[in-house]
Design a protein around this ligand. Structure first.
Ligand code: NI
Length: 256
């Protein structure tokens, strides 16, 4: 079986056919799916979905592009959501310097990121991190503020050098559709060097559909295309990739 360790099935792109998409995932052997919130509202939505579908789990958190959604009560409210047993992570949280060029707002992103890392530590939950064009600061924050925490750099887009530092901390990298793109740059080198016990597979659906679905709406079933590309690059069978990525996801997120 496969696990899609990061997607957004609460997204309105799935409002007409969510149950069919989950069914299609199951018939493609994608038997567990973890949805992540970006705002408080979407964190509620993914938690509700996890209660309603046995295959679904949830992560709750405020995304760096959504920091205006964060106030002094947010961490308490996220903790209340996280009391639901199918909430298995804090995320997605982190830094996005691609869309945010203003240095004062980048500092606010950092502060909110660190507060949510503290929340994850209090709740003893793993963390799913969004890092876009902010590899240096993300790594620095993990090294200084990440004590006793584990998690994943989701949709990994950094260098091999940074990945090695991430693995040293015991954190995973999450690999998505861009691995299958012709212009996937550094990512093939990173996945070839990755230890087996440091890789997760994910779709980030509805975004970033892998080849041959590139440009279409992504969905959890397509995580198999990411696994196929991993097996090709790493010289492993698809069954091996399925076995270790599933074991990694179960171990990190304590799902069965
Ligand atoms: Ni995402």
């Amino acid at each position: 079986m496969f696990i899609d360790t990061h997607c957004h099935l609460e997204d309105e792109n799935f409002s007409d056919d969510r149950a069919e998409v989950i069914e299609h995932a199951k018939t493609s052997r994608v038997e567990r799916i973890i949805n992540f919130g970006s705002t408080f509202q979407s964190s509620i939505a993914v938690t509700e979905l996890a209660k309603n579908f046995s295959e679904l789990y949830a992560g709750v958190g405020i995304h760096p592009e959504e920091i205006d959604d964060f106030d002094e009560k947010t961490c308490t409210r996220l903790a209340e959501l996280a009391a639901e047993k199918k909430v298995v992570a804090i995320g997605e949280i982190g830094l996005d310097y691609h869309w945010e060029k203003d240095s004062a707002r980048r500092l606010i992103q950092q502060k909110i990121f660190i507060e949510q890392l503290d929340l994850a530590r209090q709740l003893n939950l793993p963390v799913c991190i969004h890092d876009r064009d902010a590899h240096g600061d993300t790594l620095k924050i993990l090294q200084t503020e990440g004590k006793n925490l584990r998690g994943v750099l989701h949709c990994y887009s950094g260098s091999l050098e940074t990945a090695r530092e991430v693995w040293k901390l015991g954190w995973f990298i999450g690999v998505d559709g861009p691995l299958t793109f012709k212009n996937s740059a550094k990512l093939p080198e990173v996945v070839k060097a990755a230890p087996r016990d440091m890789i997760l597979i994910e779709t980030d659906a509805p975004y970033l559909a892998p080849v041959p679905y590139r440009g279409k709406r992504n969905e959890p079933a397509y995580v198999v295309e990411v696994a196929k590309k991993l097996s090709e690059l790493r010289g492993e069978t698809l069954e091996e990739v399925a076995a270790y990525t599933t074991a990694n996801a179960k171990e990190l997120y304590k799902i069965f």
